[in-house]
Design a protein around this ligand. Sequence first.
Ligand code: GDP
Ligand code: IMO
Ligand code: MG
Length: 437
Amino acid sequence: MANVVVIGAQWGDEGKGKITDLLSRSADVVVRYQGGVNAGHTIVVEDKVLKLHLIPSGILYPDTICLIGSGTVVDPKVMLEEISMLKENNIDISGLKLASTAHVTMPYHRLIDMAMEERRGAKKIGTTGRGIGPTYADKAQRSGIRVIDLLDETKLRESIDIPLKENNALLKKIYGRETLDKELIIKEYLGFGKLLEPHVVDCTRIIHQASRRKNNILFEGAQGTLLDLDHGTYPFVTSSNPVSGGACIGAGVGPTLIDRVIGVAKAYTTRVGEGPFPTELSGKINDQLCDKGGEYGTTTGRRRRCGWFDGVIGKYAVEVNGLDCLAITKLDVLDELEEIKVCTSYELNGKKIDYFPSSSEDFSKCKPIFETLPGWKSSTANCKNLDDLPEAAMSYLRFLAELMEVPIAIVSLGANREQTIVVEDPIHGPKRALLGS
Ligand code: GDP
Ligand code: IMO
Ligand code: MG
């Protein structure tokens, strides 16, 4: 038995969906532990492209239990749309379970998220507008609505009373918006509750029962390390903890239950939304990466900002997540480049540093120091083994592994399941006998 956490090692969209789907083959239980419908995880199987926002990427395996844990925030409307989409694709959702204690994104959360962004003007965060920040804020100030509240009219009426009054006052008095009608919300959300009820469970108990059965549990992170509320590029972050430690809190398990932590990183870097990004590119190479990599947000359709691989944040991600190994995705996107740069350190106030500075002011002043590596100028999309990769591509991978001092277990060369080289089974294989160890 091995329990693993899969996390994003950059600013999100690293290809966690693809890697989770791949690893779910060996998992009995897959758990989403934080975030909400701000996430967009894409899985490509043959000619089918599935975009999941909330439902764990293990759902394609019929015998897998897929849990949406307590630490997530749930937009019931989007979850029901996702369920319909999966059913239309003949995917068995009988293993889908939702924590009764997860908090619910209400209509006022979305409105306030968007109104706050508008009010911030040039200082906006560039949120997905899905109400994530306000849902977590209400949770933290103990006026949130939980999934369990949607199953009982008396309870919902009681729990919505204060938050609706407060959020309506915010909407009207601070943001000059229309207020929302209590009865309409209650009717709509009780309806959602009825439809979701068959999936609602005590999530933590199910995880511990699975653990006692010696099941393999995979914890699927959303967003990425640098978007972490505590450890990311605050304030340009999300409102949850995408780092591996978030799995313990969001799923209700102790750190001792986790055997391995796998970080997913692109062979370059992208970021969507505002905030500092030292290796950001502009011009032709940016367009090339964006076009070849299809770098448009899964959730909002926004064009992602592209940059070279940043080894400084990479090393930071290794530390804050305790990474055992890496899955490097989208190596194929670099196929046509003459040369490829990797940031190995920063220049800050005239000094060279090789760590991620905790002050966001300092981070926004960091200038990347690059090493340049030769490109391979040939297609890697159909390579099945490391031996099939061009020598320059192997050197690039070795360079990344040595820079981050962590082995690479998986190399992804396309969106399809088959376009993957599994160097070593990252769940059951020896911890450090992998590429670059
Ligand atoms: P996630 O949020 O981390 O799950 O990542 P997204 O699904 O938002 O974005 C990753 C995108 O890259 C998706 O469209 C994937 O289908 C695609 N993708 C994943 N791995 C690869 C790869 O190795 N090569 C290419 N070209 N595309 C990939
Ligand atoms: P996945 O799971 C990339 C970014 C937003 C914004 C910031 C805050 O697909 O990797 P929020 O709506 O969460 O309050 O926005 O976080 N963001 C993501 N960027 N991938 C994601 O998820 C993201 N989820 C949120 O663009 O900068
Ligand atoms: Mg995504």
